[in-house]
Each structure stands twice: as structure tokens, then as C-alpha cells.
Design a protein around this ligand. Structure first.
Ligand code: FAD
Ligand code: NAI
Length: 471
């Protein structure tokens, strides 16, 4: 296929939303092109998000564990040294392997990959400024906008990705900072804060709200993980907002104030991580040339079938509504292509899991206690601590619990919130249960292998509809 012929589908953006849609469209027999400007496929997630952060989280955890948690396991180690360059190289190897893998999948599924920056000429034509120079244009019967998001900047603090950094800078610092301040105690702040704290930085998290974890985390679980992260050495200033910053001196200085007004203070650090959320990215896309709109938060406006005002132009992923998560983007990609090809598709927005990859991990799906209270929905609670789980005990990794929320009459699961080892894997079971409308009794009567961490999940269900055996 050549760029000049009309495609069934032209996708702008080769992140998780765009590349998954491209592969799915290829599988469905559509003639498809995907335009990506980064020079690599996979978007934020694979290049500067999910994947590199998990590499650093995994390896920094291992380092921290070797330093602090071996003696009681009967392992004596000698001199332990951090080789940050090699840790970064391991991260880069994972990233490159995965992004190249997508290029392979593009070839396998007949997707044309156009390396350049796309912008609307009109409702059907996209002009592409090619990365290698020159320009081309491509027209599509259908067009999919999947241009993702970028870090929200903090007014008055210029990002240089060395001293004032976003998550992107935090994934490739050349040395461990002595002092790091994280503005925003959401998922990025806590994951990247954990990495650098484990590697030796003194990390202070400044969070506007009275709880960490960002929107959606159950308050009880948030308190529990905050205690555990504090034990690991991270400091928290909650209910505190950063008013202004100054990076002109040797250290970066931040003026902070109590969120309710009052107690002002100056903090300083050699590195400041700005992690106050992400915003949709539509720069240079020429949306106006296709008559398209964004809302007050910059999100491309769509209907429930991902259609913009122009019904052949759809939009998915971080650049539009909903949680900014890779697996949400992926679900939407498949559904959007199904709408195009078959006329129907489906994503259940009530059942999208969230995972924070700290140690222990935090994971949840469905409604939190505060959600249910706010909506006046009656519920009952059951929980089970990992300290009573045999596998967690043998692994000497017993912090945390599984908490379930269920309908008091029918026992139907309404939400599950886990802080604990492997919470991110275990939440898949809760997600499946919620999707299928399982009751806590259904879960409790399902045989779980012994000894596994997942038994804590089963026992939390037992505790919700009846009583746990081991607690
Ligand atoms: P993106 O991944 O941002 O992709 C959009 C792509 O479009 C980009 O590659 C961009 O270059 C390209 N593009 C933009 N404009 C144009 C144009 N005009 N022409 C051509 N190309 C263009 N989510 C999780 O679910 N789990 C995690 O563990 C997780 N960890 C994260 C860690 C970090 C540090 C960050 C920052 C994010 C993390 N996320 C995680 C969120 C996840 O990365 C996003 O939800 C996901 O990448 C969204 O996919 P997307 O395709 O919508 O957008
Ligand atoms: P976030 O929305 O999770 O958290 C931002 C936090 O910053 C909020 O708690 C907010 O109250 C606080 N804040 C805002 N302004 C502030 C100020 N002036 N002073 C102090 N605190 C302030 O956003 P974050 O962490 O930047 O992540 C962006 C997105 O990336 C999230 O939506 C998340 O879905 C996604 N992501 C997902 C990951 C995962 O799934 N494991 C990992 C990393 C990112």
C-alpha cells in the first residue's frame, strides 16, 4: 500500500490506543495506516511510562531488598553497589524489545507505519510532516485520533528534565539525587518517588489533598500504603499545596502553604518531580480544520461510540474522557475498530482495574467506600490481612490486606481494594468476578490453590458474606 491511496482507517498516534487499533484493524481486513512522530511505536506507555517505570521499580526493589531484607532470610551478601547506568540500560533493553515487537506485529498484520507528525487538512485528509524530512498526505474513510497525553506543567517552574523533571526525566536521571521533592502524591509521584527513595534519595511528597494515591484509591487503603511507604523512608506533607517554585539557584526552592491557607514554608531539593496529573495532547493536530472540539480540559469531545462531531472521525485513549490508563486505551481500541467494522463494540467503564506498582502494590476495581457513601449505596465490608496468609508469611512479606465491598442483600461484589504483595496480579480475579456479577459467596466457594497469596482474596470474600477461617 502507498500513502497516497485512500485507507479504510488512518490512525494518528502509535501509542497503546493507536497501535492496538491498528493491529485489530489489520486483523479485521481493513486497509490501515498508523502515523507516529516519536520514532518508535508504543507511545508514552512503552517508551516513557508503564514499561520503563516498571523496570526501574522492579530493579530498585530488588536492590533495596538486598540491602535491607536478606539477613533474616539466611542470605549473607557482601558489598552491594548500585550501578545506575546498568540499571538504566536494563530498562532501555526492555523498552526497545517491546517497541520493536510492535513494529513486527504491524508487518504481520499489514499495517502501514508512517513515521511523522500528522495534522488534519480537512475531514478526510491528513498531512504528515515526515521525520526524515519532506511531507506526504493520506486520506481515510475513517480516522482515529489517538494522540495521548503529556505531563501537566507547574506554572512558573520550567521543566528541564534534569533538576525540574516530569516522569520522563525521573526515568533517566544520571545520578541519585540527595533530596527529591515530589509535587503531587498521585500514582506517578508514589511510583517514581519509590524508585529514587529505594536508590538512596531523601524523598518528600507534597500533596494537595488529605490522602495520597490520586483519585479513586479507597481512603483506608491509602492510609495503609502511606504508613508502609513512610516506613520505607518517604516523607509526606498532605493537605499542602505548592504555591510557587524557583529553580534559579543551586537548589530548587518551593514555597508551600497549607491547602486551607495559613502555614507557609520553604522547601528545597536538588531535584523536583512535577507529578500533578497529565493533560490531553492535541498540539499541532489541526482539529479546527476538521471542525472538531475539545472540552474545557482539552479532551476531544466524543459520543458513546467514540465518534467526534464528524461521525467517521473517532477518538480514544488519554486524549479523550476516562481514566488515563493503558489497558483502558487498549479496550477502547478494540471497541472502536469493532464499531467501524461491525457497527457495535463494548467497554465496561465500571470495571477498569487500577494498579500502583509500589511495594507492596496497591490495586483496586469497582467502587471505593467513599464512592458508595457518596452515592448512598448500602454495602457491607469484609477484609483479610496478609499477615494471616500462609504464603505471605513464608515469603516474609505480610504487609497489607484484601478488602471487599458487597451488596448487603445479594452479596454481589461492588468493589475490591488490595494493598499487598502481588496485588496487581490478584486484582484480575476481582475484575473477572465483578465483570461476571459474582457474589462474594461465589468467590468464597471457589477453590483456591494452597499456599497462595490468592487465598487472602478468597478469605476476604468469606469474611464479607460469612466468616474467614484463618482470621
Ligand atoms: P500515548 O501513549 O501518549 O500515545 C500517543 C502517541 O501519539 C505518542 O506516541 C505521540 O508521539 C503520538 N502523537 C501525538 N500527536 C501526534 C501527531 N500529531 N502525529 C503523530 N503522532 C502523534 N498506564 C497503565 O495502565 N499502567 C501503568 O503502569 C502506567 N504507568 C505509567 C507511568 C508513567 C510514568 C506515565 C507517564 C504513564 C503511565 N501510564 C500507565 C499511563 C499510560 O502510559 C497511558 O494511559 C497510555 O500510554 C495512553 O495511551 P494513548 O495511546 O492514549 O497515548
Ligand atoms: P494523578 O492525578 O494520579 O495525581 C496527581 C496528584 O497531584 C493528585 O493527588 C493531586 O491532588 C496532586 N496535586 C495537583 N496539584 C498539586 C499542587 N499544586 N500541589 C500539591 N499536589 C498537587 O496524576 P499523576 O500521578 O501525575 O499521573 C497521571 C496519570 O498517569 C494518572 O491519571 C494515571 O492514571 C497515569 N499513570 C498510571 C500508572 C499506573 O497505572 N500504575 C502509573 C503512572 C501514571
Amino acid at each position: 500500500a502507498s500513502a497516497s491511496e485512500e485507507k479504510d482507517l488512518v490512525i494518528i498516534g502509535g501509542g497503546v490506543a493507536g497501535y492496538v487499533a491498528a493491529i485489530k484493524a489489520g486483523q479485521e481486513g481493513l486497509k490501515v495506516a498508523c502515523i507516529e512522530k516519536r520514532g518508535a511505536l508504543g507511545g508514552t506507555c512503552l517508551n516513557v511510562g508503564c514499561i520503563p517505570s516498571k523496570s526501574l521499580l522492579n530493579n530498585s526493589h530488588l536492590y533495596h531488598q538486598i540491602l535491607h531484607d536478606t539477613k533474616n532470610r539466611g542470605i549473607e551478601v557482601g558489598d552491594v553497589k548500585l550501578n545506575l547506568q546498568a540499571m538504566m540500560k536494563a530498562k532501555d533493553t526492555s523498552v526497545t524489545g517491546l517497541t520493536k515487537g510492535i513494529e513486527f506485529l504491524f508487518k504481520k498484520n499489514g499495517v502501514e507505519y508512517i513515521k511523522g507528525t500528522g495534522s488534519f487538512v480537512n475531514e478526510h485528509e491528513i498531512k504528515v510532516a515526515l521525520n526524515d524530512g519532506g511531507e506526504t498526505s493520506v486520506t481515510g474513510k475513517n480516522i482515529l485520533i489517538a494522540t495521548g497525553s503529556e505531563a501537566t506543567p507547574f506554572p512558573g517552574l520550567e521543566i528541564d528534565e534534569k533538576r525540574v523533571i516530569t516522569s520522563t526525566g525521573a526515568l533517566s536521571l544520571e545520578k541519585v539525587p540527595e533530596k527529591m521533592i515530589v509535587i503531587g502524591g498521585g500514582i506517578i509521584g508514589l511510583e517514581m518517588g519509590s524508585v529514587w527513595s529505594r536508590l538512596g534519595a531523601k524523598v518528600t511528597v507534597v500533596e494537595f489533598l488529605d490522602q495520597i494515591g490520586g483519585p479513586g484509591m479507597d481512603t483506608e487503603i491509602s492510609k495503609s500504603i502511606q504508613k508502609l511507604l513512610k516506613k520505607q523512608g518517604m516523607e509526606f506533607k498532605l493537605g499542602t499545596k505548592v504555591v510557587s517554585g524557583d529553580a534559579s539557584g543551586d537548589n530548587v526552592k518551593l514555597e508551600v502553604d497549607s491547602a486551607k491557607g495559613g502555614k507557609a514554608e520553604t522547601l528545597d531539593a536538588d531535584v523536583v518531580l512535577v507529578a500533578i496529573g497529565r493533560r490531553p495532547y492535541t498540539k499541532g493536530l489541526g482539529l479546527e480544520n476538521a471542525g472538531l472540539e475539545v472540552d474545557e480540559r482539552g479532551r476531544v469531545v466524543i459520543d458513546s461510540e467514540y465518534r467526534t462531531k464528524a461521525s467517521h472521525i473517532r477518538c480514544i485513549g488519554d486524549v479523550t474522557f476516562g481514566p488515563m490508563l493503558a489497558h483502558k486505551a487498549e479496550e477502547e481500541a478494540v471497541a472502536a475498530v469493532e464499531y467501524i467494522k461491525k457497527g457495535y463494540g463494548h467497554v465496561n467503564y465500571g470495571v477498569i482495574p487500577s494498579v500502583m506498582y509500589t511495594h507492596p502494590e496497591v490495586a483496586w476495581v469497582g467502587q471505593s467506600e467513599q464512592d458508595l457513601k457518596k452515592a448512598n449505596i448500602p454495602y457491607k465490608v469484609g477484609s483479610f490481612p496478609f499477615s494471616a496468609n500462609s504464603r505471605a508469611k513464608t515469603n516474609l512479606d505480610t504487609d497489607g490486606m484484601v478488602k471487599m465491598l458487597a451488596d448487603p442483600e445479594t452479596d454481589r461484589l461492588l468493589g475490591c481494594h488490595i494493598v499487598g504483595p502481588n496485588a496487581g496480579e490478584m486484582i484480575a480475579e476481582a475484575t473477572l468476578a465483578l465483570e461476571y456479577g459474582a457474589s462474594t459467596e461465589d468467590i468464597a466457594r471457589t477453590c483456591h490453590a494452597h499456599p497462595t497469596l490468592a487465598e487472602a482474596f478468597k478469605e476476604a470474600a468469606m469474611a464479607t458474606y460469612s466468616k474467614a477461617i484463618h482470621y
